[in-house]
Design a protein around this ligand. Structure first.
Ligand code: NDP
Length: 451
């Protein structure tokens, strides 16, 4: 049987584009469907515009610190519209780059939604195409709690990049990655930020020391946390929003401008995809796949957030490339989910790779684990005389001397942990860290001098 395409990809986000280009480079005839802007969540309403706003939010602190180094800093104010426009222009530039990359790889781009009509057939706009293999790479989308009356007044991260005005009073519901990043951004840009979290601390699942350090750091920078608190209703008023919250049997009201952000998690974006016209299995709201990203149907595969494994852009890209290498390049390899580094671009920033202390204790027993910690004021903050601290933590298996986890909170944590992640991936021991000569003076050197 002949098909229109060797591979058809539904969704031109990080995973879909990586797989499509790699397969086309091996000579496969590839089509890709995307109804939104090319690049998916990461480029359009995630990592990229978020990181640009993170950079913008650091300037007030830099202006203050510059004075410790003898600089006189004059009048300054933020032009919100200019910032939002500049970020959007950069996203548009990247959309163009993705289009050119797909064109250069001779991937045929369909600017429409792809919907399964049968196991080999996909409706894209008014066309039906067929493909030998199909890759689902449709990503995820924000979800809001459905038990809070008035939740429709809260926006999600999707809308955060196009706010016409800077909110003066900004309320965040949720204490995950997205909540802490936007709380830090708006706080840095000068908004008054309240973050409502139902746990006692932000970032459930991260190492406890790291959670505490970020939480305290953000609070010191001015974010007001309402811990152990749930939003119970949102009410629209003349001047903005009233968010009714409950902590134990205490009820209070927090006021926001027109916007409050619901950062309460993301779910696979697999509705209206025509999956019912295939035998693809959906488990707990996500597309079920084996370690080769294969669904219950032999020739249909899925990568990225729609499979709800580790929901990070670089993971989706690797999953996409592993699929293309195996099926179009004759090079079979399996994506490894061990020691996947990740960063939270909060202020202070955090990054981590490997096991948390709690995970290490659970896996190897408390006696087998040795913890190394270093908490210090980086040299940069001495002249501005600011009480900013960096925390670094290593988790070591005493029996094998292997470093099981490396965690950091502080400036450049993501840049530093990326290198440490290579060491962990290679199975480095504490003796290997100790044998490495420090770069002095740097903050990173603490990772090789901890005793
Ligand atoms: P997370 O799942 O990380 O966090 C959701 C937060 O919302 C938690 O604090 C959770 O609380 C809270 N929550 C959930 N439901 C409710 C509710 N009904 N009422 C009150 N609070 C609630 O989701 P995010 O949206 O922050 O991020 C989604 C994913 O996006 C992450 O898993 C991550 O992989 C990815 N991401 C990665 C980034 C990066 O790499 N820097 C940046 C942004 C996103 P509780 O802990 O109590 O359950």
């Amino acid at each position: 049987m002949s098909y229109d395409f060797d591979l058809f990809v539904i969704g031109a986000g990080s995973g879909g584009i990586a797989a499509a280009r790699r397969a086309a480079e091996y000579g496969a005839k590839v089509g890709i469907a995307e109804s939104g802007r090319l690049g998916g969540t990461c480029v359009n309403r995630g990592c990229v515009p978020k990181k640009l706003l993170v950079y913008a939010s650091h300037f007030p602190a830099y202006f203050e610190e510059a004075q410790g180094y003898g600089w006189q800093v004059g009048e300054r104010h933020l032009d919100w519209s200019k910032l939002i426009r500049a970020v959007d222009n950069e996203v548009t530039r990247l959309n163009g780059i993705y289009q050119r990359m797909l064109d250069n790889s001779q991937v045929q781009v369909f600017r429409d939604r792809g919907v399964f009509v049968d196991a080999h057939g996909i409706q894209v706009g008014d066309r039906k195409v067929t493909a030998d293999k199909i890759l689902i790479a449709v990503g995820g989308k924000p979800t809001k709690p459905d038990n809070i009356p008035g939740i429709e007044y809260a926006i999600t991260s999707d809308e955060m990049f196009h706010l016409p005005h800077q909110p003066r009073r900004f309320v965040v519901l949720g204490g995950g990655y997205i909540g802490v990043e936007f709380a830090s951004i708006l706080n840095g840009l000068g908004s008054q930020v309240t973050q409502i979290i139902r746990a006692d601390q932000i970032l459930r699942g991260f190492d406890e020391d790291i959670r505490t350090q970020i939480h305290e750091g953000m609070a010191k920078h001015g974010v007001q946390f309402l811990s152990g608190t749930e939003g119970i209703a949102i009410e629209k008023t003349e001047s903005g929003l009233k968010i009714h919250v409950q902590s134990g049997d205490q009820e209070t009201v927090v006021e926001a401008d027109g916007v409050s952000l619901a950062a309460t998690g993301r779910i696979p974006n697999i509705q209206n995809l025509g999956l019912e016209n295939t035998q693809v299995e959906v488990r707990q709201g996500a597309i079920a796949v084996n370690p080769q990203s294969q669904t219950a149907v032999d020739h249909i595969f899925a990568v990225g957030d729609c499979t709800d494994r580790i929901n990070l852009t670089p993971v989706a890209i690797k999953e996409g490339r592993a699929f293309a290498d195996a099926h179009f390049g004759g090079k079979s390899w399996q994506m490894s989910y061990d020691n996947v580094p990740t960063a939270v671009f909060s202020n202070p920033e955090a990054a981590t790779v490997g096991l948390t202390e709690a995970e290490a204790v659970e896996r190897y027993g408390a006696e087998a684990i040795k913890i190394y910690r270093s908490r210090f004021r980086p040299m940069y903050y001495t002249l501005p005389d600011k009480d900013e601290k960096t925390l670094m933590k290593l988790i070591v298996n005493q029996e094998t001397d292997r470093v099981l986890g490396a965690h950091m909170v502080g400036d450049d944590a993501a840049e530093i942990i990326q290198g440490v992640a290579i060491a962990l991936k290679m199975g480095a021991t504490k003796a290997d860290f100790d044998a490495t000569v420090a770069i002095h003076p740097s903050a990173a050197e603490e990772f090789v001098t901890m005793r």
